[in-house]
Design a protein around this ligand. Structure first.
Ligand code: HEC
Ligand code: HEC
Length: 375
């Protein structure tokens, strides 16, 4: 009897194995693994006028995934000595950037570049100043093992999470049983990052939503016109940091994602080659991701190397035209105009007023984005 029962069980197991292998062989290679459907789908509120966000088919946003991602983002146990989290260099108060020119990791060593603000990432295609990563899931794996940042191993992180009192249940709710893996941790962090949206600045209210009839500071309207007018009459910023149809991003988009805005002197371009480090193409030397200007008043210091301390200095930098040698973008060279643009004080002040109107206070104070360990 017992032998018969065993052989039935064995035969059944064999059938299951064969069936599951067949399924694997015929499945669509683009849809990776089996998706856990026990989590609650997240209703992504896409702001009016924003296009469809880029959400990978194998990582749909869920309420449980975003919650888990938020805990991981702010959890110092991701770092070797449990002293720093993603949130240490990406703090909501500074539009998820930090205050130092080049961020410091757990050993106090400086990273190579200035921390980047985080918002509207679901609409972006390239990450880091040189765009070396094209998926938020891939990006989220890197800071943990980067020796200059969190200097840890994912094995250690996974062990710590498994031993924790709350994470096993959170991972299970988001991704199903046996779900504590680095890939799922990265997926959760990416979901949380995609949920961080900024669309409520004064500029949005006046220009995009028209729920407000005028800027509080009247100079901001003139500043926007100046920003959107080509040289020689205007400041000509819109080619790279678009306002109107691309207001959701105000930075890198479509064909114009990387540019050399004349910040670096020729010798600096050899220290940080920017986009060239990714493509190997010398034409890409010192090209950097064109950053969004949303919330710009919050995320100083500026530029990939944090070398510009404040907005006044930004305006002075563009007024002087920067370094026009090498592959500085043609849009900034303005042949025949010389280096100095000689803006008037009124023009400079209007530009500053416009840049300040891009701050979104709803976004920085949104309780859903704050550190869940802060009580
Ligand atoms: C030690 C400070 C530090 C820590 C910790 C850190 N970051 Fe960053 N982050 C940076 C810096 C600096 C850059 C820009 C690096 C570059 O361009 O090479 C950056 C860039 C990014 C970007 C690209 C944004 C864009 O617009 O292209 C994302 C996304 C990001 N970090 C997410 C994270 C996540 C998630 C974590 C935790 C797993 C994390 N960071 C931990 C400093 C840090
Ligand atoms: C040809 C494209 C181009 C034009 C035109 C341009 N920018 Fe930029 N801007 C960039 C790039 C690229 C960077 C990043 C450069 C770097 O880090 O080396 C940048 C950086 C900035 C930053 C710093 C952002 C940050 O997060 O650190 C501000 C502010 C800024 N630009 C404002 C302006 C203003 C104001 C104008 C018009 C006067 C303007 N830009 C015109 C390409 C451009």
């Amino acid at each position: 009897m017992r032998a018969l029962r065993y052989s039935i069980v064995l035969a059944l197991l064999l059938v299951i194995v064969i069936l599951s292998r067949c399924k694997k062989d015929t499945s669509d290679p683009d849809v990776s693994g089996t998706l856990w459907n026990g989590a609650t789908p997240y209703t992504f509120k896409i702001p009016e006028g924003f296009p469809t966000p880029n959400i990978p088919a194998d990582n749909p946003m869920t309420v449980e995934g975003i919650k888990l991602g938020r805990f991981l983002f702010y959890d110092p146990r991701l770092s070797k000595d449990s002293s720093m989290s993603c949130g240490s260099c990406h703090h909501p108060r500074f539009a998820f950037a930090d205050e130092t020119p080049s961020s410091k990791g757990i050993h106090g060593d400086q990273t190579r570049r200035n921390s980047m603000p985080l918002f509207n990432l679901a609409w972006q295609q390239n990450f880091f100043w040189d765009g070396r990563v094209t998926s938020l899931e891939d990006q989220a794996l890197l800071p943990v093992t980067d020796q200059l940042e969190l200097d840890n191993s994912w094995e250690t992180v996974v062990k710590r999470l498994e031993a924790d009192s709350v994470y096993p249940a959170m991972f299970k709710a988001a991704f199903g049983p046996d779900a504590i893996t680095k890939e799922n941790a990265a997926k959760a962090i990416a979901q949380f990052e995609r949920s961080i949206v900024s669309a409520g600045s004064e500029m949005d209210k006046v220009v995009r939503l028209k729920t407000k009839t005028a800027f509080d500071d009247a100079r901001a309207r003139q500043g926007m016109e100046f920003f959107e007018t080509p040289v020689p009459a205007g400041a000509d910023c819109f080619h790279c940091h678009g306002v109107q149809s691309t207001a959701y991003i105000m930075g890198s988009l479509g064909v114009l994602q990387f540019s050399n805005n004349g910040l670096d002197k020729p010798e600096d371009r050899l220290i940080d080659r920017g986009r060239e480090e990714v493509t190997g193409n010398p034409d890409d030397r010192a090209l950097f991701k064109i950053p969004s200007l949303r919330n710009i008043a919050l995320s100083r210091p500026y530029m990939h190397d944090g070398s510009i301390p404040d907005l006044d200095s930004i305006v002075e930098f563009y007024n002087s035209g920067g370094d026009t040698t090498g592959n500085t973008d043609i849009l900034l060279r303005h042949p025949g105009l010389g280096l100095e643009r000689n803006w008037t004080i009124e023009q400079k002040e209007s530009l500053l007023a416009f840049l300040r109107s891009l701050t979104d206070y709803d976004y920085i104070s949104n309780p859903d984005y704050q550190d869940p360990f802060d009580n």
